[in-house]
Write a protein that binds this ligand. Structure first.
Ligand SMILES: *Cc1c(COP(=O)(O)O)cnc(C)c1O
Length: 366
């Protein structure tokens, strides 16, 4: 049976049907409906944050955030991420400037940020990649010192915290993705969290044409609203979050046990003080060049589909070829990681037998 890198979690169908039943009474399907309001309240509580503006998806949430902040100029970011992060910067008319990552957790290296700051720098946009939290203390200090906005791509970091501080509380704002492949999802969806009421208001304008009330349009916003059906899926999925994370943790611990201690295999490192959501299991193959690709091919031949997240590096994308600043040699640690890393299948229902088989294939024992 085919095993993919992930498998979307779904509530029992009857539960979802029960959740959407009231929509057939109200006929209110989108635009600040009852489900959206309920989900927003639940997320603010879960993420321990004053404001959470829900969106159609995480990417549009990030674009809206960049616009709502009125940013202009250069944004320091990481090339070791999903396409969305850089595309959002570019599509908002900003210029990405790439900072290298740390070897051990793949997050932006704060020690390399200040050298990249110019008079045109307006913001820092790091990614809590794989759910590993960035060094928020160091990055906040740099942002503050230079008067820069600090916004996080927290697409992977739903329900992750360090020393009791939620990822949603770090920086000026954070974007979370609720895409079907994420730990918590609304099929498609996302949100921006912030403690700034003014920013939250602008985000609401961004997602609904800048309409303040029936006769007042204050801003040329777009449309990126979350529908009631999506919000209802979120309300159902939220009830299973803890259970799903516990099952993911079990899978991760088994991978750790079976894969650690083998030459040329680097398992993900636990971050101290961090409560993880066990979103991804990135393994690194540090043996001879190409061993990652060989192992991926071996897994694929057995119908196990791991993913080379994040390969190619964003600075290698065809659409950015030749653009000034898109030079992978400037971020050698990220480039090396992109050639060595693979995220293994990880989802709540993955069985111990599946994990044993996958590890056997990786270690060449199957
Ligand atoms: C999933 C993801 C996004 C985009 O979120 P969508 O909800 O799919 O639009 C952005 N950044 C990262 C790192 C992601 O993994």
């Amino acid at each position: 049976m085919r095993i993919n890198v992930t498998r979307s979690s779904m509530p029992p169908m009857e539960e979802y049907v029960e959740e959407i039943r009231s929509l057939w009474d109200s006929h209110w399907l989108t635009n600040n409906g009852e489900k959206l309001k309920k989900l927003e309240a639940a997320l603010k509580e879960r993420l321990d944050v004053p404001y959470a503006a829900l969106f159609t998806n995480g990417h549009l949430a990030l674009e809206a955030l960049l616009k709502a902040l009125g940013l202009k100029g250069e944004v320091i970011t990481t090339p070791f991420t999903f396409a969305s992060t850089t595309h959002a910067i570019v599509r908002a008319g900003l210029t990405p400037v790439f900072c290298d990552i740390r070897e051990d957790d793949y997050t932006m290296d704060p020690a390399k940020v200040e050298a990249l700051i110019t008079p045109r720098t307006c913001a820092i946009l790091p990614v809590h990649v794989y759910g590993n939290l960035c060094d928020d203390g160091a990055l906040s200090a740099i942002a503050k010192k230079h008067g820069l906005k600090l916004i996080y791509d927290a697409a992977h970091a739903f329900h992750v915290s360090r020393d009791g501080v939620s990822a949603a509380r770090m920086g000026d704002a954070a974007m979370f993705s609720f895409h079907a492949t994420k730990v918590f999802h609304t099929v498609e969806g996302g949100c921006v969290t912030t403690a700034d009421p003014e920013l939250n208001r602008r985000l609401e304008w961004e997602r609904n044409y800048g309409i303040e009330d029936e006769e007042t349009v204050l801003y040329p916003g777009g449309n990126a609203k979350m529908s009631e059906f999506h919000a209802a899926m979120g309300l159902c999925n939220l009830r299973y979050l803890e259970e799903n994370i516990a099952k993911r943790r079990h899978v991760v611990e088994l991978y750790d046990r079976l894969l650690s201690g083998h030459e040329g295999v680097v398992c993900p490192k636990k971050q101290t003080g961090v409560v993880s959501n066990y979103a991804y299991y990135p393994v690194r193959f540090t043996g001879q060049a190409g061993s990652r690709d060989e192992i991926c091919a071996r897994l694929a031949a057995a119908d196990v589909h791991a993913r080379k997240y994040f390969y190619p590096l964003i600075t290698e994308f065809d659409c950015y070829r030749g653009r000034p600043g898109f030079d992978s040699s400037l971020t050698p640690i990220a480039l090396q990681a992109s050639r060595q890393v693979v995220t293994l299948p990880l989802y709540p229902e993955l069985t111990e037998g599946d994990v044993e088989r996958i590890c056997g294939l990786i270690l060449g024992k199957a």
